[in-house]
Design a binder for this molecule. Structure first.
Ligand code: HEC
Length: 159
């Protein structure tokens, strides 16, 4: 009788100890993980506290007016001209401007690209800006301009 009680108690203590150890281990592992991935914590907080801020995510609205240095423009192949600022505002959030400058389209072609992005990629309505953007693009990145564009600088890799 007594021995059985003792066994019961020992088993109870053993289980309790195991649970406590499991808790400590998971706390240590959790701390280590969060230290290595602090962004997880941010994601958690943001999901939790700011459901209304979804529209502030960078990809869902135009850029603030940003200053691009001439070097930065040259690096992506954009040229100065009327409409450039609108392109920087509306077209550089989701992908590199290089995706724009490596393409050549007519006016209709550029409009089609914009419609496609609006239909499938979450591009917003451009309103009055659209005409100016399309004019800029079809002027500087037109199919027939191919021979006159700035030569591409190609970096060759040793294979
Ligand atoms: C809301 C996000 C978003 C914005 C803003 C955006 N695009 Fe795009 N665009 C995309 C996505 C996504 C793709 C596909 C990228 C890929 O294939 O890797 C794309 C692809 C492109 C392509 C390549 C199309 C092709 O046929 O390969 C061009 C050119 C382009 N965008 C131009 C523009 C221009 C010009 C603007 C400004 C009016 C713009 N993008 C703004 C999301 C966007």
């Amino acid at each position: 009788m007594k021995e059985q009680d003792l066994k019961k108690m020992l088993r109870f203590i053993f289980i309790l100890g195991s649970l406590a150890m499991l808790l400590v281990i998971s706390m240590i592992v959790g701390t280590m993980l969060i230290q290595q991935h602090p962004e997880w914590l941010h994601a958690l907080k943001e999901n939790h506290s700011s459901k209304n801020n979804i529209s502030n995510q960078q990809e869902n609205e135009p850029n603030e007016e940003v200053e691009w240095t001439p070097e930065a423009l040259e690096a992506v192949g954009l040229v100065e001209g009327e409409g450039l600022q609108l392109v920087l505002t509306h077209c550089t959030n989701c992908h590199s401007a290089k995706l724009i400058t490596q393409n050549r389209f007519t006016k209709e072609g550029w409009i089609q690209v914009i419609r496609w992005m609006q239909a499938t990629q979450g591009l917003w309505e451009l309103g009055d800006a659209e005409a100016e953007i399309v004019t800029y693009l079809s002027k500087h990145f037109a199919p027939e301009a191919r021979g006159r564009r700035i030569p591409l600088e190609v970096e060759w890799y040793d294979l």
